[in-house]
Ligand binder design. Structure first.
Ligand code: M6R
Length: 608
């Protein structure tokens, strides 16, 4: 987590850094700071709180043309202005911003303290500033290199020093870092949108590399000092992607962008007539994929929930075992050899540390690795054997919405693709699935046109202090996702259960009036779920059902119904997911929570 930026040019960098930090705020927002260098000395301003709080205390007359900035999600040390970055050495000659964790910081701190260095924060990062001071011998890049050779852990850092007022040195290991190239000015950041307003020319920096930026030049080398030639990539994606576009919150905008995200993700991939999926990017791996005998899906949070749906769909289509593992668990488990196995690693950001580490483990065990991600050029795209991109556009709200439904869609497309490769389904069957798939965006549009029942149900939920989500089969992961969305942004206690598990424990939680959201579309488990609804109704729960438009029966058994359009059972989770996103959104709005930036959370979790 945390976001870093840097800029060196011929104009005042303060507004540029503030603007870039605002676009990185999704990575962490408990404190922020900026260090500028005006040719003679470093000036640091930092505070607890958001970028807006930092903006309020920044000097508008600062004309410095070199600077670095940071938005923090606390790991070592509480959120406070002392622990906020940038951190300086004893003399105030070096300033450092850092995203990652320095694992051996205590040993380094002890050593530096014994040499007389005085620390002022509780952070791991501060050792980097003192190490640079300790290693400096007339060349900032060499000092950073020497310092980093002593460091264990993960980092993307940027360093400035008043000894060399026209240079920024940055480096990365296991945390993202890109460089943007301007005209007489250069930038660095944790991701592209942070600097997209200023340039579309970027260089991706790899693990173990150091980059030296001046106004007119950027050089990349390895930690060992070997120069590296790095190609410049021209990026697309408009600046408007990072604007709210008239919506009150990014989350609401992103919920409404789902039809487009799904259409874009399907575009050029669906061959309805042939009943096949054209994943051009997978062609070189067709033989390997055809011979796959097992699949493990690895992901965190919302991506994990998409993974469970993927498991159900893939097992059904491919008739091979599919496991779903939390990345943070998989990486430490004693898993079996991945021979003839595929590891599907799902991460919208492509930067989640646990998922990246789990993917590395899977690779080491012989799995063929396939990443499903939304971010072009993210770390996962450079480490996986194969990549499938969801084309949802940038997602800024911390709560994943449009990327979730696009992940489900991509897993379904993958299922059809592999099933056709393995000759497990005929053209007729896959054509039928593809036809339904194509109708999903339009059905989501119609759902979004009529949300009054969702708003009503959300105010009912807000009156309670907890709520439960139940579903069976394909609706079970949606119950989990509905609960995650609810707790994440509204802070209402919410849990999701397989409806059949209620009587094995959770039923004890149901008291009169407890809201239970039952996801009950027509399908294999409809009547079973109805039975579970009766169980909670018998305990006087307040049941809100998410059911098909044509379901006239459900109203007899529940207190309130939210209708979703009729569609093949396989796709109703995508429609129900949109309802649950809105349910959480309106509950959070009722409560007055900070929807796009929920407390304690960050959009991408780039630390373990
Ligand atoms: O970028 P990733 O998909 O790897 O992120 C995984 C989770 O951190 C993420 O899905 C998280 O659970 C969402 N913010 C929930 O809305």
């Amino acid at each position: 987590m945390c976001g870093i930026v840097g800029c060196i040019g011929n104009r005042s960098v303060t507004p540029i850094i503030v603007e870039s930090l605002k676009r990185l705020e999704y990575r962490g927002y408990d404190s922020a700071g900026i260090a500028t260098l005006n040719g003679a000395e470093i000036d640091i301003t930092k505070t607890e709180g958001k970028i807006a709080d930092l903006e309020n205390i920044l000097s508008l007359t600062n004309t410095a043309c070199v600077g670095i900035g940071h938005t923090r999600w606390a790991t070592h040390g509480i959120p406070s202005s002392t622990n906020a970055h940038p951190h300086a050495d004893c003399s105030g000659s070096f300033a450092v911003v850092h995203n990652g964790i320095i694992e051996n910081f205590q040993a380094l701190k002890d050593e530096l303290t014994s040499k007389g260095h005085i620390f002022s924060s509780e952070t791991d990062t501060e050792v980097l500033a003192h190490l640079c001071e300790d290693c400096y011998n007339g060349d900032l890049e060499s000092a950073v290199r020497e310092a980093l050779l002593r460091v264990e852990g993960s980092y993307a850092i940027a360093v400035i020093s008043d000894n060399e007022p026209d240079v920024i040195v940055a480096a990365r290991k296991d945390s993202p870092l890109i460089v943007g190239l301007g005209d007489g000015e250069n930038f660095l950041a944790s991701d592209i949108p942070a600097i997209r307003k200023y340039t579309n020319k970027v260089m991706y920096i790899n693990d173990g590399e150091i980059v030296r930026l001046t106004r007119d030049n950027v050089t990349v080398s390895t930690l060992q000092g070997v120069n590296v030639e790095r190609l410049v990539t021209i990026v697309d994606g408009s600046v408007q992607d990072a604007e709210r576009g008239g919506y009150e919150h990014f989350m609401l905008k992103e919920i409404h962008e789902q039809p487009k995200a799904l259409r874009d993700t399907m575009e050029d991939r669906l061959c309805e007539l042939e009943g096949s999926i054209d994943f051009k990017e997978l062609r070189p791996f067709e033989d390997e994929i055809k011979n796959i005998e097992g699949i493990t899906i690895i992901a965190c949070g919302t991506s994990y929930h998409a993974g469970i749906l993927g498991k159900y769909a893939l097992e059904d289509l491919l008739r091979i075992p599919v496991k779903v593992e939390y990345s943070s668990e998989f990486r430490y488990n004693n898993f079996l050899s991945g021979n003839r196995s595929l590891a599907i690693c799902i991460s919208q950001s492509g930067e989640t540390a646990d998922t990246l580490a789990a993917m590395n483990e899977a690779k080491a065990q012989g799995y063929l690795t396939l990443a499903i991600t939304n971010v072009v050029g993210s770390t996962i795209t450079r480490k996986a054997d194969e990549i499938l991109l969801t084309k949802s556009g940038m997602e800024i709200g911390v709560a994943a919405t449009k990327t979730f439904t696009a992940q489900i869609l991509t897993l379904y497309m993958l299922g059809i693709y592999v099933a056709r490769l393995k000759k497990l389904i005929d053209v007729e069957t896959s054509r039928h699935i593809i036809t339904s798939m194509k109708s999903v965006p339009g059905l989501i549009e119609s759902l979004l046109d009529n949300i009054s029942d969702i708003e009503k149900a959300s105010s009912r939920i807000c009156e309670a202090d907890c709520c439960y989500f139940i579903g069976r089969g394909l609706s079970y992961p949606i119950a989990l996702e509905g609960a995650l969305k609810m707790k994440e942004i509204s802070y209402i206690k919410a849990e999701g259960f397989p409806a059949g598990e209620l009587k094995h424990g959770p039923l004890a939680l149901i008291t009169a009036g407890t809201p239970v959201i039952a996801i009950v579309p027509k399908g294999k488990t409809y009547y079973k779920t109805l039975g579970n609804i009766k169980e909670v109704k018998a305990r006087n729960a307040f049941v809100i059902a998410i059911a098909n438009a044509s379901d006239d029966e459900i109203v007899k058994y529940v207190d309130s119904v939210i209708k979703i359009p009729d569609i093949d059972e396989l796709f109703s989770p995508m429609l129900a997911a949109v309802v649950l996103q809105l349910l959480a959104y309106y509950a959070a709005k009722d409560i007055g929570a900070e929807i796009d930036q929920p407390r304690n959370l960050a959009k991408s979790v780039t630390v373990e």
